[in-house]
Design a protein around this ligand. Structure first.
Ligand code: F6R
Length: 359
């Protein structure tokens, strides 16, 4: 039931602070220690490499997961698009461990990979929002996202739930491996900051709606740019805008634009920079300037500690590993309001279905 909301998507965006708190309740003890089964952690500990597999938004959550696992566990992690992995399997490490990310647990492309993984005798974990879904039944282990039903075709709270659960799992695995960074990473405190931070962003909906109206309503195309995990979020931000508002959007590594794609920048082309990582903030700002010099209409989404006067959307500070949980939220709202103000059916975009059960 969407209550007083015009569309499920907005309700689901607004639910994200609660989803963060629920994940902390379900998967962390009172002292903030991860509650993850020893069996699963032991299997993961033995792995020499983690392979994350997913499609669409889940693939994008996996990209952020790579950064979490590599920072907190020192386990090399690869992320793959399921439909590609299924028919062009990379050379596997000696002891691979697979993580399937699937909100629905029914995606045919991902299942095709899992069937091969099982045939190869490898262990796997499915992280899903649907208990008893096909992918959760067929994997060795399963963890539930507890995001509550997601009705809108465009995924929002499932993406943030996937990242939050990856953070908890990476913390657990890193601690099981005596990694000091993992011991110091206070995931419970961080999820609390994230919940309050998302709340602060969604409380400023009106401002984001105005921005969406002035920048995205009449544009045929747009770019989101960033580096590292900001680039990962830019892919998700662009996907959201494309799928519900039909604006052709690209997420791009900001340093790579000048190697060709910058030719597409014209007077008024929106270019949105996502800036949450201290070591690359200055570089992304220069890349934004380069597009502005070619006429782009630039906007910034910036963490508070890196903000400068004139930035458009300022995000409350959290650990640099957790910033995707905040930076994605204004981009969900931009997509939502662009679709809404174009008079489109936000929850049911053309040509798409909630779960994709064909290859
Ligand atoms: C986009 C979206 C899709 C799904 C993809 C995989 O908003 O929701 O890109 O993420 O179809 O679906 P799941 O996660 O159910 O495997």
């Amino acid at each position: 039931d969407k209550g007083t909301y015009p569309f499920y998507m907005l309700k689901e965006i607004d639910e994200q602070p609660n989803v963060m708190r629920r994940l902390a309740q379900v998967y962390l003890s009172e002292t903030g220690e991860p509650v993850i089964s020893d069996k699963l952690l032991n299997s993961m500990k033995q792995a020499d490499r983690i392979y994350i597999v997913g499609a669409g938004t889940s693939y994008h959550a996996g990209l952020v997961g790579k950064r979490l696992f590599e920072s907190l566990t020192q386990t090399p992690t690869e992320v793959h698009v399921s439909s590609e992995f299924a028919y062009e399997q990379p050379i596997l490490s000696k002891k691979p461990f697979f993580i399937f990310l699937s909100q629905s647990g029914e995606t045919a492309d991902s299942r095709e990979v899992l069937v091969n993984v099982n045939a190869g005798g490898h262990e796997s974990l499915t992280i899903t929002n649907v208990q008893n879904s096909t992918l959760s039944r067929e994997a060795t282990y399963t963890l539930l996202l507890h995001a509550g039903p997601e009705i809108a075709v465009a995924s929002t709270k499932a993406y943030t739930a996937q990242i939050a659960l990856e953070a908890i799992l990476a913390k657990a695995l890193g601690e099981a491996d005596n990694q000091i960074v993992a011991q110091r990473f206070d995931v419970r405190h961080q999820l609390g900051l994230v919940a309050t931070g998302i709340q602060a962003i969604v409380d400023e909906k009106n401002k984001i709606e105005e921005l969406a109206k002035s920048t995205f309503l009449d544009t045929p195309n747009a770019f989101y740019i960033g580096r590292g995990i900001d680039q990962n979020v830019s892919l998700e931000a662009a996907l959201k805008l494309k799928e519900i508002s039909y604006v052709q959007a690209e997420g791009f590594a900001s340093g790579e634009l000048k190697h060709g794609t910058i030719a597409l920048i014209e007077k008024g082309t929106p270019v949105i920079g996502i800036i949450t990582q201290e070591k690359t903030a200055g570089l992304t700002r220069s890349n934004l300037q380069e597009t502005m010099a070619r006429g782009a209409h630039i906007l910034t989404i910036v963490s508070e500690n890196l903000a400068k006067p004139g930035d458009d959307i300022v995000l409350p500070d959290v650990d640099e590993l957790m910033t995707p949980l905040l930076s994605v939220v204004p981009t969900q709202l931009i997509a939502y309001y662009t679709s809404l103000n174009k008079g489109l059916d936000v929850d049911k975009p053309r040509n798409l279905a909630k779960s994709v059960t064909v290859e």
